[in-house]
Design a protein around this ligand. Structure first.
Ligand SMILES: Nc1ncnc2c1ncn2[C@@H]1O[C@H](COP(=O)(O)OP(=O)(O)O[C@H]2O[C@H](CO)[C@@H](O)[C@H](O)[C@H]2O)[C@@H](O)[C@H]1O
Length: 642
């Protein structure tokens, strides 16, 4: 039997939150509950507003018992939204224009989920349908903290979602390094809300700082363990020994934040949707299931685990479980036993706790940052020991390719680069190249192919392949610039390479955002021989800047870089870069040779390559629509662990 579900959504207009009038609210009426959705028709919703209603104004009782009020702009306030504890979390408003949408949903339509995503993409001009209270939990969020792509994503996706009408909070630590960089937190005010967290053998006290910027509530958890020099995870001596403690605190605090922080006058409440990023936030879904739901709290909340990098899982000795503030019977969720070959000695039982595993078994849905990677992590090669578990949850696993912050990364406006340019006038790009050569002390040669690399110097990024291929590459008439920090052996190698190839090689050891922009703009080719790459952002930045990527065909790199075919389109060519495979010195050098040859010999083909890359749509809007679809799926199903 076909059941017709009706979801009425009145398009977003002013959100009458007395404290934050800039936000949007969508009124949602749902009749029945479906398991699969299909949007079939949209039509305007006619609003019945009697003259009497309009004259009287003020709160009045409607048939269903909710109160209504005409707002001062002529819209109609239907009533208040409350969370389970009775706190008012918003008002429901029918906008004065009477614009609205009706969505009919048939719950027995066997709709392909990918099709739904595509369908939503096509309709991306339609305003947000259902708005959520979203809580990002992350160890980094740019510009406040960033060591890599996680910071970029958690600094820009929340803004894109807020712009679509969601109420968005980002919870991350308030890292203070005791140097001038601390001024980034200057606008975050102390909310004077202390929360006691029971873990690590005692009571830990955390507090919260808050900044409302770009439509997002940026919430910083404060604790002395976040105040030290170095980056979020370690310093020149290596990873901090208390990272399990620091990020467990973050998770406990993040679970409390929607309940206790009256941001803009209202808490986010118990129906929040947690977006849990990587292992550092991985205790959140476990805490929801083990610590809150048994006591009736967060029964209607949902959590989505976003995996940016499966290689890091937060694994610690089994004995540390007691520190985490979880009931003993939940040990199995985090239990992890290393295979025999990975154990260190004969008496090593391999028993450990794995925070990311805990998140995988308790989250309502799982996302990765590209479709290719979402498949790879279910394979033995890409699953880092978790492939069987991830395969068992395949039905709730999706991949959504990252977007980028197109305002920060815009060659026509970028404040870090020497000259601006656009797809219509590329002349500024060569100026950027000359300026970069000058800045780095390389011979100024606008016609010499300039290759760049930006990234963490570790196994993931295929630095060993670069290292083995560079002597041969240096035989050619090219220049090569590398920016990165990480493993000491690679940093030392970069310095050594520079000293023997003064006219051709520069190795910038360190983390420097302005230089990364200048390399992206100034180079002709960006090299990314990543062993695995969940999405990769540098190739997206490069293409937007007309810099042609040469990448290993893996994960998000394969999804986002289209291999160049010079013969397609009647000789006009097709593609945005080179994807090589397998990952070897030889195939990387062959792809580079092709790229360099095209750059030198086929100038017009090269320009078309650059322009095709620059034309691509890298905005977050596309991804945000897909995220919204996954949010809906998360709320359609009951919580995975009730
Ligand atoms: N030395 C340096 N100086 C200045 N800037 C530097 C730098 N080293 C790196 N960066 C910057 O850090 C970011 C790196 O982002 P990536 O997505 O390429 O990789 P990362 O592995 O960190 O991210 C993980 O998460 C992201 C986000 O989901 C995924 O895209 C990716 O595949 C996954 O490995 C870029 O903004 C880059 O410019």
């Amino acid at each position: 039997m076909e059941t017709l579900q009706t979801l009425r959504i009145l398009s977003c207009k002013p959100y009458l939150n007395p404290a934050e009038t800039s936000r949007n609210l969508v009124v949602v009426r749902q009749v029945g509950f479906g398991s699969l959705w299909r949007r079939s028709t949209y039509r305007s919703l006619s609003l019945r507003r009697s003259v009497e209603d309009r004259k009287e104004g003020g709160f009045r009782s409607s048939q269903d018992g909710s109160s209504t009020l005409e707002d001062d702009k002529g819209g109609l306030l239907l009533g208040t939204e409350r969370d389970d504890s009775g706190s008012v979390v918003g008002f429901q408003l029918i906008p004065p224009s009477g614009e609205g949408k009706v969505i009919e949903i048939h719950d027995d339509q066997a709709t392909d989920r990918e099709e739904v995503i595509k369908d939503v993409e096509r309709e991306d001009k339609i305003p947000t349908r259902v708005t959520r209270n979203i809580v990002f939990v992350t160890s980094e969020a740019a510009p406040y903290s960033k060591t890599g792509g996680l910071g970029d994503v958690c600094g820009s996706l929340p803004i894109a979602l807020a712009a679509r009408g969601h109420r968005v909070m980002v919870v991350s630590p308030r890292y203070l390094r005791g140097d001038p960089s601390d001024k980034i937190f200057a606008n975050a005010v102390d909310l004077e809300c202390l929360v006691k967290v029971y873990c690590f053998g005692g009571v830990q006290e955390v507090s919260f700082f808050h900044e409302y910027r770009a439509g997002v509530d940026w919430v910083f958890v404060d604790h002395p363990s976040y105040h030290r020099p170095g980056n979020p995870y370690g310093d020149s001596f290596g990873a901090f020994g208390d990272n399990q403690f620091r990020f467990a605190l973050l998770c406990h605090a993040a679970c409390e934040a929607p309940l206790v922080l009256p941001l803009g006058g209202f808490t986010y409440g118990q129906n929040s949707l947690f977006l849990v990023n990587d292992w550092h936030a991985g205790l959140v879904p476990v805490l929801l299931a083990a610590k809150y739901r048994p006591y009736g709290v967060y029964k209607d909340a949902r959590s989505i685990l976003v995996i940016h990098n499966l290689a890091h899982q937060g694994v610690e000795p089994a004995a540390t479980y007691d520190n985490l503030g979880l009931p003993p019977e939940w040990y199995g969720a985090l239990e992890w036993v290393f295979p025999t070959w990975a154990r260190t000695h004969a008496l090593d039982t391999g028993e450990a706790v794995n925070v990311l595993k805990g998140a995988i078994v308790t989250a309502d849905r799982i996302l990765t940052v590209s479709q290719g990677y979402s498949w790879e992590i279910t394979s033995a090669d890409g699953g880092y020991g978790l492939h069987e578990l991830l395969s068992s949850r395949k039905s709730i696993l999706n991949g959504i390719t990252n977007g980028i912050d197109v305002t920060e990364w815009d060659p026509s406006l970028d404040k870090h680069i020497a000259s601006h340019y656009t797809i219509h006038d590329l002349s500024g790009k060569v100026q950027c190249k000359i300026a970069l050569q000058k800045e780095l002390g390389l011979p100024i040669r606008p016609d010499c192919p300039l290759i760049g690399f930006i990234g963490r110097l570790d196994f993931q990024k295929g630095i060993d392949i670069i290292l083995s291929a560079t002597p041969e590459l240096m035989q050619d008439d090219v220049q090569f610039v590398m920016l990165g920090s990480g493993e000491r052996q690679y940093e030392d190698w970069m310095r050594a390479m520079e000293s023997v190839n003064r006219n051709k090689f520069r190795g910038w050891v360190g983390f420097n955002v302005p230089i990364s922009h200048r390399i992206t703009a100034g180079c002709d080719i960006l090299l990314m021989p990543s062993r695995f790459e969940p999405c990769g952002l540098n190739q997206l930045y490069a293409m937007r800047y007309g810099t042609v990527p040469v990448v290993h065909g893996t994960g998000g790199l394969r999804d986002t870089v289209e291999n160049y075919n010079p013969y397609a389109q009647e000789g006009l060519g097709e593609g945005t870069g080179w994807t090589f495979s397998p990952l070897s010195r030889e195939s990387m050098l062959a792809a580079l040779k092709n790229a360099i040859g095209t750059y030198r010999e086929h100038k017009s083909s090269w320009e078309r390559l650059m322009k095709r890359g620059m034309e691509e749509d890298y905005t977050w809007d596309k991804a945000a629509v897909q995220y919204e679809q996954v949010f809906e799926w998360a709320f359609i199903d009951p919580p995975y662990v009730k």
